[in-house]
Design a binder for this molecule. Structure first.
Ligand code: GCO
Ligand code: MG
Length: 405
């Protein structure tokens, strides 16, 4: 029997974003796996959970028994379902799937049943301070052959001194609480103007998306979903925070704009009723936030039964290892919808040999056994992570009220 000899975390920030990778070694020479455990806002806590708690728990066990080991890690802390522990579990879980693929001589998508498509359609991010600027970015992606683009003005309605969204970098009068201020009312109106402009110029073929990033009061999110109906969005993302789950019923009864939700989910009960009551169209959990590929496969299957498609979270704070994991599931799941991707600028792809390839509006896997990706640890060490209080999550409304960022 092959056994696990070591489990350890690796912290690196090749693109300036802290990433957490987990490596699982075995006593079979050359057989190891890698997984993504990135919780970029609290990376060292995840590393500690991996190195001090999961490593001793798993040493000497058989890496083949993924289902059992997943549940062992899940219940071993007794209290469970938080972002730190879920990410730690994910790092190990993805590495175990990587190992299983290598042992079988198959890519992970083959372990999941084989390809349902050759590559995964992606969407890219077009950002700008005003509609013209966003449109230019959209058109650049269109020229590159992309089929879907997310349009945002001033980030998520803040983060940038920007007339149209009412966002300023600090308190408006210098006397209020420090934070990143934005005006939800101006933001909501500006989104409608943005899509009026972009849709008029790009025609009907391009898929357009938008992320509300839980920045509105629930009823204002419903109004926005209705106002955007003429622009036939591919989806409107995170119109409501997970804490307001019951509002999805009201949203659904009022609007036919397709809804995507899930990147903030940690606990299975956060998505269950959204799917079984068909209140959303796309489930887009951050796979490492829910504990890795093992729960994500089951979530995809649950979605399929209820007509909900997948759109796994794929920002810059998912490592290339996490993107590879997303992609293997994208390729195998019948109910795949779309994949978010930021791109892999150097030195990211160098630090992670085997990083999926972005081409013609699709993401392509390299068909190697396992996840098909590795980490160059020597190179990774050249990009240490930096810890500092996070500013962008200190979002405030004009009267100073702190809101979900
Ligand atoms: C998205 C997201 C992200 C998050 C980020 C938080 O891509 O849809 O909302 O950009 O803000 O992952 O760290
Ligand atoms: Mg989002």
């Amino acid at each position: 029997m092959t056994t696990i000899t070591n489990v350890r975390s690796i912290l690196t920030a090749p693109a300036g974003i802290a990433l957490v990778i987990v490596k699982v070694d075995t006593d079979d020479p050359g057989l190891f796996g890698v997984g993504c455990a990135t919780f970029t806002q609290r990376p060292t806590l995840v590393a500690q959970a991996v190195d001090e708690y999961l490593a001793p728990l798993l040493a000497g066990r058989d890496p083949a028994n993924i289902e059992d080991l997943w549940h062992l890690m899940y219940v071993n802390s007794y209290w469970r379902n938080g972002p730190v522990l879920n990410n730690a579990i994910s790092g190990v879980d993805m590495a175990l799937w990587d190992i299983k693929g290598k042992v079988a001589g198959m890519p992970v998508y083959d372990l999941f049943g084989g390809k349902a498509r050759e590559a995964a359609m992606v969407y890219r991010h077009a950002d700008g301070g005003e509609p013209g600027e966003v449109l230019e970015a959209v058109q650049r992606y269109q020229e590159e052959g992309h089929l879907a683009v997310r349009c945002q003005m001033g980030g998520y309605g803040a983060g940038k001194a920007d007339e149209s969204t009412g966002a300023t970098a600090s308190s408006p009068d210098g006397g209020a609480f420090p934070g990143v201020y934005y005006d939800p009312d101006r933001y909501a109106r500006s989104v409608v103007e943005l899509f009026d402009h972009v849709r008029a110029h790009v025609g009907d073929e391009l898929f357009l998306l938008h992320d509300v990033h839980e920045r509105l009061a629930p009823i204002d999110a419903i109004r926005l979903a209705r106002a955007l109906e003429p622009h036939r969005l591919f989806f409107l993302e995170d119109p409501l925070p997970p804490e307001q789950i019951e509002w999805f019923r009201k949203l659904r009864s009022q609007s036919v704009t397709p809804i995507a939700m899930g990147e903030l989910h940690n606990h299975p009960l956060e998505w269950r009723s959204l799917i079984t009551e068909q209140l959303i169209d796309f489930i887009r959990t951050h796979i490492s936030q829910i504990g890795g590929l093992t729960p994500a496969r089951k979530l995809a299957a649950l979605g399929e039964a209820f007509g909900v498609r997948t759109a796994w979270h794929g920002p810059g704070d998912v490592s290339p290892v996490g993107h590879a994991a997303n992609l293997h599931l994208d390729l195998a799941a019948h109910n795949f919808g779309i994949q978010e991707v930021i791109g892999f600028p150097e030195p990211l792809a160098e630090v992670f040999p085997g990083t999926p390839e972005l081409r013609d509006g699709y993401l392509w896997a390299n068909d190697q056994p396992g996840l098909g990706i590795d980490i160059d640890e020597e190179l990774a060490a050249k990009y240490p992570i930096q810890l500092a209080p996070i500013q962008w999550t200190q979002a405030r409304w004009p009267d100073g009220t702190l809101w979900t960022p």
